[in-house]
Design a binder for this molecule. Structure first.
Ligand SMILES: C[S@@+](CC[C@H](N)C(=O)[O-])C[C@H]1O[C@@H](n2cnc3c(N)ncnc32)[C@H](O)[C@@H]1O
Length: 291
């Protein structure tokens, strides 16, 4: 068997493992994870891979075989700042909830070097498209180069909390925020899904599971007309979002994570006028509530 055929089998097995780890059954998503070559997005080997048994330090891959990338590992993009290509099983879970359909416009905030944007582009298909927005110029340049072969992808270097983009069926945010940006809620299409990680304080690096549960959560926000429905889909520890962290929201989020009720959240409001008994968290001009 030639090496390419072998790698195809390895990628198909990887896709099944990461969806299995995420407890997700989604044949389209598995096919997309199997189709995209992760090594095309992570620079030259050896790749810096996070190893939790070494306290979350980066350990270079033992050699330049791409097989090392087809496990459920985080890989450094800019290791000096712990900016990573995220964990595949977490993304499988979040992408499943984002539910990109063929023909959709997906906006990916925090594209990094482009790997998960490529998976979205595959899922959106020739009739759809993906817009990747990346804040860091050097990382955005890498994404532009890596995604050049994808005719349905556009990469923008800039701040995804303020950058203009066309109405989106999916807005997939990959950096920790303290609140939803107004532009995301404005530009979400009717029926569209916003995947939003909310984090309080220093929430990334190697956190213990309990600490993580207590300081970061990913919400899925679904727009119906002028209403926004919300539910919590995962705990998270993630690189902070530039331009979308305010101290007042950070403080109220820290208090909210310290109490119960996260699982009962069903609504996002674009104002803070919600009675206490219905409210999980209330920041300046926004709230997450039970009804
Ligand atoms: C956790 S990394 C994830 C990268 C990529 N999604 C991956 O998994 O390969 C978060 C990324 O979000 C970017 N970022 C942070 N704030 C941003 C903003 N306001 N607009 C666009 N990108 C942002 C960072 O520069 C970083 O590349």
């Amino acid at each position: 068997m030639n090496r390419q055929a072998e790698l195809d089998i390895i990628r198909a097995a990887y896709a099944r493992h990461v969806l299995g780890a995420a407890v997700v059954e989604d044949e389209r998503l598995a096919a997309a994870f199997a189709a995209i070559h992760r090594e095309d997005f992570l620079g030259s080997p050896p790749w810096p891979i996070i190893r939790w048994f070494r306290n979350g330090d980066y350990v270079p891959s033992p050699d330049d075989d791409p097989v090392h990338l087809y496990t459920d590992v985080l890989v450094g993009i800019v290791p000096e700042r712990r900016l990573n290509n995220g964990q595949p099983s977490l993304h499988a879970l979040l992408m499943h909830h984002a539910a990109p359909a063929a023909g959709d416009h997906v906006v990916h905030i925090g594209t990094g070097s482009g790997y998960y944007t490529a998976i979205f582009a595959h899922l959106a298909g020739a009739a759809g498209r993906a817009t990747g927005i990346e804040y860091e110029a050097e990382v955005a340049a890498r994404a532009q180069a890596n995604l050049a072969p994808y005719t349905n992808v556009r990469v923008v270097q800039g701040d995804g909390t303020t950058a203009a983009f066309d109405k989106a069926d999916v807005i997939y945010v990959n950096a920790g925020c303290t609140r939803p940006a107004e532009t995301w809620l404005d530009r979400l299409a009717d029926g569209g899904r916003l995947i939003l990680p909310l984090t309080s304080g220093e929430n990334f690096g190697s956190l213990e599971a309990e600490q993580m549960r207590r300081s970061g959560a990913v919400f899925r926000i679904v727009r119906r007309g002028d209403e926004y429905f919300a539910n919590r889909i995962s705990a998270v520890a993630i690189f902070p979002c530039a331009g979308n962290r305010d101290e007042a929201s950070e403080q109220v989020l820290a208090e909210a994570f310290a109490k119960e009720g996260l699982q009962r959240v069903t609504r996002l409001y674009r104002h803070e006028d919600i009675p206490d008994d219905r409210c999980w968290v209330r920041g300046p001009g926004w709230a997450l509530a039970y009804s």
